[in-house]
Structure formats: structure tokens, C-alpha cells
Design a protein around this ligand. Structure first.
Ligand code: ZN
Length: 147
């Protein structure tokens, strides 16, 4: 993990962080008050952003990263180039989200994960660092890009 300044990001990665920040503004988290935004840049170049959505039972909550990935899939993209997680304390995706992110990394451990805090502290990571021994679609011979 490398910590850098927001200004040191590439134009494309700054745009991705800003998309996650904007999505976070719409987070629906009345029970935890934990607002998170996420944005995915697919290999196609398209950006998909989303926020977390809670429900009263809490068990059906959707994390921002998974919501952004669901939007990406609905948009017809199947491969992540980079993903931003923008949260109040840390921009590190939770363990469950790491599993879902890996599903759409095309078995590339170098897919960039950008963690961003409200103070725009930026952590540059890779999915391989976050999930070093993945259980993924390749285990069953599935390539999500074919579906
Ligand atoms: Zn998560």
C-alpha cells in the first residue's frame, strides 16, 4: 500500500475518486450513519459509481463497492480496471467486497484499488495485496468476460 496525495493521482484516477465522492453523498445509511461511495472504471473506460444502501433488518445491506460492481455488470462490462472505495475512516474494502471485486478482475492481481478518506488521504493498493490467495471464478474454469 502506498499513500499519496489526491493531486498526485492521474487525471483518470482523480475523476474516479470524485465519482465515488459524489456517489457517497447519496448513501442511504440511516442505521449506521456510515456513508460510503465507490466507483469502478471498467476496462471499457466507463465509470460506474454507487453508494451503500441499508435496510432496517441490516442483513440485506449492499456495500458501495458491490453496488458499483452491480451497476457495471448491468451496463454490460465484466472487467474492472480500477476501483475506488471512499469512506469516512478508511478506503479499504471489506473482506466480502474483496471477493466480489476479484470476480471481475479477470484474474489480474494488479487491478488498482484506490482507498480515499473524507480528507482525501489516498491509499494505492492492488487486489492482489488485499486478497492474496483468492477463491475465484478461475477455480471453476469460469471467465466472467464470456457471460
Ligand atoms: Zn464491503
Amino acid at each position: 500500500m502506498e499513500r499519496i496525495n489526491f493531486e498526485d493521482l492521474s487525471d483518470a484516477d482523480r475523476e474516479l475518486v470524485l465519482a465515488a465522492e459524489r456517489a457517497r453523498e447519496n448513501a442511504y445509511s440511516p442505521y449506521s450513519q456510515h456513508k460510503v461511495g465507490s466507483a469502478v472504471r471498467a476496462k471499457s473506460g466507463k465509470i460506474y459509481a454507487a453508494c451503500n444502501v441499508e435496510v432496517i433488518s441490516l442483513q440485506q445491506c449492499v456495500h458501495a463497492e458491490r453496488n458499483a460492481i452491480n451497476h457495471m455488470a448491468a451496463g454490460g462490462d465484466r472487467e474492472i480496471e480500477a476501483l475506488v472505495c471512499h469512506g469516512p475512516y478508511s478506503g479499504v474494502p471489506c473482506a466480502e467486497c474483496r471477493q466480489v471485486i476479484w470476480e471481475f478482475c479477470g484474474t489480474n492481481p494488479d487491478v488498482k484499488i484506490i482507498g480515499a478518506t473524507l480528507e482525501r488521504e489516498i491509499d494505492i493498493m492492488t487486489i492482489g495485496e488485499l486478497y492474496p490467495h483468492p477463491y475465484g471464478p478461475e477455480t471453476k474454469g469460469v471467465d466472467p468476460r464470456e457471460f
